[in-house]
Design a protein around this ligand. Structure first.
Ligand code: ZN
Ligand code: ZN
Ligand code: ZN
Length: 304
């Protein structure tokens, strides 16, 4: 976390008063936000930019007061809607543009809309449906087709038990490779342009993939060999280098003059002197990892 005040999470920048947020910048008074920028007073949202007062949504850029919605851009006062743009006062709408005061894509007068909204919300509260995102049974995708396993891997049994669908067929092409790796030079400057016409095979999952000419030129420019893993496997490998979106409560491992395992010798005097630091915090480094984890104060004493 860089330039953050009163924040809990990981990979957060320029943010304040935000808890359990990951991969986000410029947050203020937020909770459970991921992959977002310039967000205020919002909760449980993923992929949004320059939005305020949003709750439970996916991809809600430039939105205000937007709730339980998915891919709704440049809106205000929108509930339970999907793919609606430049609109306001929508409930349960899909595919609307420049619209307002609509329920289930039907236009109402503002006073009718407000009465209807009150009635629908009242009914949903009585059935317990109000206040939650669309139920998973409405998802057209299997759990294993979504990006959820990148962060929360589940077995098929666990996913089905949790009410998710599971796609029976893995996407992608298999067994159609036109060349094998033993015929491809390891040195990039020996690889011919004709490689872009070939179908390659991933050494890890056996899925077929191709190399684009621009990609080939990039590898030549930075002088690295062709990737032997498919784009999906490479994506997984990049994610594995990051800490998980999970926090563990831990105690500072500074023992005064050195780390408690004696591996690191402190270079500066800390505010707690030669006694062990007693600060506790949450961190994305799990207790079984080998890295030494210091509290912010001890860390800053060493590096600032
Ligand atoms: Zn692969
Ligand atoms: Zn400490
Ligand atoms: Zn210390």
């Amino acid at each position: 976390m860089i330039k953050c005040t009163n924040c809990i999470g990981d990979r957060l920048f320029n943010s304040k008063n935000s808890k359990y947020c990951y991969d986000a910048t410029n947050l203020e008074d937020c909770c459970y936000i991921t992959n977002s920028d310039f967000i205020k007073d919002s909760y449980d949202v993923n992929f949004f930019i320059k939005s305020e007062r949003c709750y439970e949504g996916l991809s809600l850029p430039n939105s205000y007061n937007t709730f339980f919605s998915i891919v709704c851009w440049d809106n205000r006062d929108v509930y339970y809607s999907d793919h609606c743009f430049d609109s306001s006062n929508l409930f349960g709408c899909i595919g609307m543009r420049k619209s307002s005061y609509c329920v289930l894509n039907k236009q109402y007068k503002p006073e009718e809309y407000n009465q209807l909204l009150e009635k629908i919300i009242g009914h949903m509260k009585s059935t317990g449906e109000w206040g939650e995102f669309f139920p998973v049974k409405l998802s057209p995708f299997g759990y294993n087709e979504s990006t959820a396993p990148d962060y929360f891997p589940l077995t098929k049994e666990e996913a089905v038990k949790g009410g998710f669908r599971w796609a029976g067929r893995t996407s992608g092409l298999f067994g159609k490779e036109t060349i094998t790796w033993d015929r491809i030079p390891q040195q990039i400057d020996k690889v011919d342009d004709s490689i872009v016409k070939e179908i390659l095979i991933c050494e890890k999952c056996k899925k077929n993939f191709r190399i684009l000419l621009q990609e080939l030129n990039f590898y030549r420019k930075i002088r690295i060999p062709l990737p032997r893993h498919c784009p999906d496997c490479r994506h997984g490998e990049r994610l594995a280098k990051r800490n998980p979106r999970k926090l563990w409560p831990r105690k500072c491992q500074c023992a005064g003059e050195k780390s408690e395992n004696s591996v690191y010798q402190n270079t500066a005097k800390h505010s707690h002197g030669n006694n062990s630091c007693t600060n506790e915090f949450e961190t994305s480094y799990s207790p079984d990892r080998k890295e030494i984890v210091y509290c912010e104060s001890c860390y800053n004493s060493e590096i600032v």
